[in-house]
Ligand binder design. Structure first.
Ligand SMILES: Cc1cc2nc3c(=O)[nH]c(=O)nc-3n(C[C@H](O)[C@H](O)[C@H](O)COP(=O)(O)O)c2cc1C
Length: 370
């Protein structure tokens, strides 16, 4: 059996293979609630043979959302519709993960397809659940002063920081109630935890700013607090922007130090992404972030998830074979082909047993038409 398709165990969770659907914001919730869109969008990846399906960046607090359309887990009522999707994924043999997130100063931004014309009347705004609020951040600086979509945030005080930590904890507890197998802490892409890590966004003078140790404090406090309530047998992941890809920003070397600390606090794998600040751009191309996964894996001795244009099956297999990462995550590739894992399995010589039982007749049809 190929590496890509062989099962892998983290704590008490065995994934049927090493393929992951990376978290993808859908901006299709109202008041944080999952609905039929999320069921169909996520459910098809379970039917498509993936090992783990990670739900989109989910707001741990109302003000933590990138937009009013994000999923949320800040109230108990959010649990039931998520639990329904989790149960469906389980019925298809996939594990379910949720990315817990706080957007920080990149919160309360527009949903791309709801422009001024779509939000002109009160009725239209109500129909899409429109909300607008002032974001919070480590420092009172806009993500991008040239872009009116981003506001100048309020700098978090000590109470605000406690509220963030409590929000992550309560959301993790609700994720457990919903039956999730994995929690991923979102510390990437220029959102709140990444803002604290990066010298590009953190200009605090208290114990949460200044030195690298201070800038790492909030992420590590969140991780410890989440690990304390997230069941011991369930894996905890963290997504990092391994590099800000910007002069004076967070670097690969910083990420190796952080990953070592995360590992010591019970993080089981690091999902290795990059970027997220206006100053740093990287062109995406096949395997473009694999060096980040390799550096964190070898530097911190922790399993890693590689992500970023990994749809080529042979290339994905080579990443695992060469020990550059332990998991292969797809976002756009999974949207393009929700059955990617089924197809990868066939490409690697596998049979149809990964297919949903209702679809295995494809094999019969194959035989009959030969
Ligand atoms: C539609 C869409 C939504 C995304 N939303 C999230 C998100 O909620 N959280 C996150 O960490 N990354 C998000 N990403 C980034 C992806 O998870 C992934 O890291 C990135 O797209 C690179 O992988 P790919 O080349 O397979 O698309 C999103 C990407 C896309 C295309």
């Amino acid at each position: 059996m190929s590496k890509l398709m062989s099962p892998i165990t983290l704590r008490g969770l065995t994934l049927r293979n090493r393929t992951i659907v990376a978290p993808m914001c859908q901006y299709s919730a109202r008041d944080g609630f999952a609905n039929d869109w999320h069921m169909v969008h996520l459910g098809r990846f379970g039917m498509g043979g993936f090992g783990l399906v990670v739900f989109e960046a989910t707001g741990i607090l109302p003000e933590a959302r990138i937009s009013y359309g994000d999923l949320g887990l800040w109230k108990d009522e959010h649990v039931a519709p998520l639990a329904r999707i989790v149960a469906f994924l389980h019925s298809q043999g996939a594990a379910a993960g949720i990315q817990l997130a706080h957007a920080g100063r990149k919160a309360s931004t527009p949903v791309a397809w709801n422009g001024p014309a779509e939000l002109a009347s009160e009725e239209q705004r109500r129909a899409v659940g429109y909300e607008h609020w002032r974001p919070v951040a480590p420092s009172a600086e806009s993500h991008d002063p040239a872009n009116p979509d981003f506001q100048v945030p309020a700098a978090l005080d000590q109470d605000g920081i406690r509220r963030v930590i409590r929000g992550f904890v309560a959301a993790a507890q609700r994720a457990e109630q919903a039956g999730f197998d994995v929690v991923e802490i979102h510390a990437a892409h220029g959102y709140l935890l990444n803002q604290f890590l990066s010298p590009l966004a953190n200009h605090r003078t208290d114990e949460y700013g200044g030195s690298r140790e201070n800038r790492m404090r909030l992420v590590l406090e969140v991780t410890e607090a989440v690990r304390a309530v997230w069941p011991q047998e369930k894996p905890l992941l963290a997504r990092l922007s391994v590099s800000d890809n910007a002069e004076g920003g967070w670097s690969v070397e910083d990420s190796v130090v952080l990953a070592t600390e995360l590992k010591a606090r019970g993080v089981d794998a690091v999902d290795c992404s990059s970027g997220g600040f206006a100053q740093g751009r990287i062109r995406s191309a096949q395997n473009y972030q694999v060096p980040f996964a390799r550096a964190v894996k070898s530097g911190a001795g922790i399993p890693t998830v590689a992500v970023g244009v990994l749809g080529n099956v042979a290339a994905a297999e080579a990443i695992l074979e060469q020990g550059e990462a332990d998991f292969i995550a797809l976002a756009r590739g999974a949207l393009d082909d929700p059955n990617w894992a089924l197809h990868a399995n066939r490409e690697q010589g596998g049979d149809y047993t990964l297919w949903p039982v209702q679809s295995r007749r494809v094999a019969e049809y194959d035989r009959l038409t030969k």
